[in-house]
Design a protein around this ligand. Structure first.
Ligand code: AMP
Ligand code: MG
Length: 408
């Protein structure tokens, strides 16, 4: 079955929708970074909690200012002062500091720089408008409102807002459990000498560990499994009993040693796709027991591209994120020729940059083979070339998708 990239992604996200949401747990605010809210966070208080001054300056009543632009000073209010019983004589102004509570009846705070002090009092030099420099109670966050919806990833700014509300713990979804293993007789774990002439290092499992760590998953690393259908089957069964999602690399193509395929065919509901994308044509997707399964192609660049484009949105959805941001692409001119064969959507690696004229342009990182890991190293974006497009000449418009923080 040959699928377009969009069809493959759609099928994967549909499977995520049918999966029950993760359980929730309560964590301290400090431990909540990048976790996902399991319920809406309702504000217990107003922020600001009271009308307060945005400036160091003077509080006035507009009726007083209309009568005279020079007012005697009656009091000073500092941040933190309790002004419940404050008496503010008519026709006077009050000195006030930033963040200090504004007394009842105040119409504006005039910043110090727009005033002149003398023995007679404070002269106001600029126009005064109702409400100037007064931060109203609840202007930032209103008590009782949804401050963070359910299914939102908690960033530093969001957590900072929650801290202003005094929230010290909250309900988040439990981390997604992801089991991984690599397949291939040729693989040697990093840190060990290569076992034979034709051995290579198992870089994919290392990369998957990093990617999953960034996506805040709990990782069950089952290591390297030899190209042996019985062992692969065993590993898949173990993995599916322990995890919500199983990810393997290698063995999903049509080679004689692609035993993952044989093992999976015996296990359950797995589809072997040929996706019209480059890199990353062979891709297996389905379910083993209660776990979803993604079988990524073995070439390191294919692993990374398919993970980014297909597995990343799946993980976000399975982790409980409700509004997946839609992929946004820029249309920019390529400043280099791009080699492309008709028939698949290419995810070439590029560098989006600003040229001497101050315009955005994209250039290729060079060789794009699925074994050229360095094609990613300087890249900051995918150059996405449509399925039916052929070679692209310098100066033509192309679609560019900037890498998100996963690849940084
Ligand atoms: P396969 O999909 O198993 O046919 O593998 C395709 C290519 O990717 C072969 O050149 C493999 O040696 C290589 N490969 C497979 N697994 C890994 C891995 N874990 N790390 C690095 N390269 C791999
Ligand atoms: Mg293999």
């Amino acid at each position: 079955m040959l699928l377009t990239f969009e069809q493959a992604k759609c099928k994967i996200l549909q499977a995520a929708l049918l999966t029950k949401p993760p359980e929730s747990e309560t964590v301290q605010l400090f431990d909540a970074l990048e976790r996902i809210t399991a319920e809406p966070v309702i504000s217990p208080i107003n922020v600001p909690g009271f009308d307060n001054s945005a400036m160091d300056g003077y509080v006035v009543r507009l009726s007083d200012i209309k009568q005279s632009k020079l007012l005697p000073l009656s009091k000073t209010i500092f941040a933190g002062d309790d002004i419940t019983n404050l008496y503010w004589p008519e026709h006077t102004c009050i000195r006030i500091m930033t963040g200090a509570p504004v007394p009842h009846g105040a119409d504006a705070v005039i910043m110090q720089e727009d005033t002149e002090k003398s023995d007679a009092g404070i002269a106001f030099l600029a126009d005064v408008k109702l409400g100037n420099n007064i931060r109203r109670a609840g202007e930032d966050v209103k008590k009782g409102t949804v401050t963070v919806p359910k299914g939102e990833r908690l960033s530093i700014p969001i957590l900072s807002t929650l801290a202003t509300l005094g929230i010290s713990k909250l309900a988040v979804f439990k981390k997604l459990k992801v089991a991984i293993f690599s397949t291939g007789n040729e693989l040697t774990p990093i840190g060990e000498p290569l076992s034979s002439f034709a051995s290579i290092y198992d870089s994919n499992r290392f990369t998957l560990n990093l990617l999953l760590t960034k996506l805040n998953c709990e990782i069950i690393d089952l290591g390297i499994i030899a190209d042996d259908p019985t062992k692969i089957k065993q590993a898949l069964e173990t993995a599916s009993q322990q995890a919500d999602l199983v990810i393997t690399s290698g063995g999903v193509s049509v080679g004689d040693a692609d035993f993952t395929k044989t093992a999976l065919e015996q296990l359950g509901n797995i589809n072997f796709w040929k996706i019209a994308m480059k890199p990353g044509k062979p891709f297996a997707f389905g379910q083993i027991n209660n776990a979803l399964f993604c079988g990524l192609p073995g070439n390191p660049v294919s692993t990374l591209v398919t993970f980014y484009q297909l597995v990343q949105p799946l993980i976000l959805a399975l982790s409980g994120i409700e509004n997946l941001s839609s992929d946004s692409t820029l249309r920019v001119k390529t400043a280099t020729n791009l080699k492309k064969s008709i028939g698949r959507t290419d995810f070439q690696r590029g560098i989006l940059q600003i040229n001497a004229q101050g315009e955005l342009e994209v250039i290729t990182t060079g060789q794009q083979g699925s074994h050229i890991t360095q094609s990613f190293n300087q890249a900051n974006c995918f150059i996405i070339l449509e399925q039916n497009r052929g070679n692209v000449n310098k100066g033509e418009l192309v679609s560019v998708e900037l890498f998100n923080e996963l690849l940084k």
